[in-house]
Design a binder for this molecule. Sequence first.
Ligand SMILES: [Zn+2]
Length: 285
Amino acid sequence: MNERGKTYYTEPKPGERLEAARCPVCGTSLVKPLWQLNGFAFARCRGCGHVYQNPRPQAKDLAERYDEDYKAYEIESAAAFFKLMRLGLDDLGFDELEASLPAEKAFLDLGCATGALVEHAQKRGWKAVGVELCRGSAEYGIKTRGVDIRIGTLRDARFAADSFDLVHSSHLIEHIPEPGELVDEIARVLKPAGYCITVTPTVSGLQARLFGGRWRSAIADHAHLFSQKGLCRLLNERGFSVITIKTWGGMAQGLAPAPIKRVLDKAAKRWGFGDVMALLARKEG
Ligand SMILES: [Zn+2]
């Protein structure tokens, strides 16, 4: 049973071993403890303030969390997540961006779950493909939606360089042990001047500040919790320029009376203190 009010996650399994990690943003491995939670802990980088699990579970143990239970969660949540992703794309001006691209364009959704967004992009005329580590979710999507989903990591998919006009990922980068390597691979598979959309929880938001370790995104499956500044730096240093940043999520469901939640959600969007951020970046050159 997950902690009340938190995002779904898989409990760390007995026997998992931790390994030392390095800050993906500034490269140092020096940290100070931040939140000690049930079987896992977040630390703050002494170099740049990035929040992450260090030491962290090994990548293979993290990968095994995306099992049949995870598949059930993804199938159950597919429609709600799609709605949120589409709202996020609206905030970033996706329709205008799409219209500015040539008719023949390629879309990649990383961590595509059952492929709802892949299907959506395909219907809008993109050549669309997804990548998903959770085999059950991917197979379900291939079967029920008839979309192209590659099972495994982005690197496993071995796409040719300069393949895509846009790479989208929603609630993926915070799960990846080495997000810098992921961004490098995104840059490689993107065409010159291609777009990268990244949606992830942000530790800069009001809720992380208010709730600390009880924040809904302080969960075992999240290896990293980026600030806006930290994610911008990670992208900038790997050849991207950030064009737009939007946030949403002023207050999670059930944590404040509905009228207050409505006001906070509206204000978070306007003033940028939401606990989820969406970044639109462009590959330089
Ligand atoms: Zn750092």
